[in-house]
Design a protein around this ligand. Sequence first.
Ligand SMILES: Cc1cc2nc3c(=O)[nH]c(=O)nc-3n(C[C@H](O)[C@H](O)[C@H](O)COP(=O)(O)OP(=O)(O)OC[C@H]3O[C@@H](n4cnc5c(N)ncnc54)[C@H](O)[C@@H]3O)c2cc1C
Length: 173
Amino acid sequence: MHPDEIYDVVVVGAGPAGTTAAMYAAQSGASVLLVDRKRDIGVPLQCGGFMPHADTLQELVPNAHLPHTLLDYPKSCVHATSTYQRFIAPDGYSKGFEVAADSLDRRRFDRHLASRAAEEGAELMVGTNVTDVNGNTIEVDGVWTINNQGQSPDRCRRSKFYCCKSPRYETGT
Ligand SMILES: Cc1cc2nc3c(=O)[nH]c(=O)nc-3n(C[C@H](O)[C@H](O)[C@H](O)COP(=O)(O)OP(=O)(O)OC[C@H]3O[C@@H](n4cnc5c(N)ncnc54)[C@H](O)[C@@H]3O)c2cc1C
């Protein structure tokens, strides 16, 4: 990969939204660059991982076409499955309700989604901060890596990397 390469789609942020968007874009034939400033996808953990099961999710947003990434994920991403949840506020107020849900390991889930995007052909750069978006050009800063199809971000991160200061990427029109 060269610093002046052009992509159909550049996705900033490899959280669930970004990785899912990158996966679908790559699946439909676009050349995709997925960038995240985190060196380790999903770290630090900033989520409780509460994920209602598919039918409940669909009930909450009846008109939404849910991405299959929310409905179908490996068992290895699931800490526990429960039928009852209780939320406790910092002031001690709590509310419980019955709901079939998984408690996800967000670190594994996010990595799984990033791997799915890479399997579809998206290129992933980690440890790469997007510092500016100007028209069709984004500016990035940091150590970035190449990650290609079917390999986990970690393995690829170690396989090859470049140190760059503010290379520029252009998106296609
Ligand atoms: C404490 C806490 C608990 C939560 N618990 C739950 C829960 O139990 N269940 C639930 O459904 N949701 C929960 N959430 C919400 C859930 O985490 C978010 O809704 C979800 O992560 C949003 O996904 P996202 O892909 O939109 O953004 P994020 O997951 O925030 O991903 C955005 C990514 O963009 C990257 N990024 C940002 N700026 C740049 C930049 N300039 N350059 C490069 N990369 C950049 C970040 O590093 C990050 O990886 C919780 C949130 C918090 C904070």
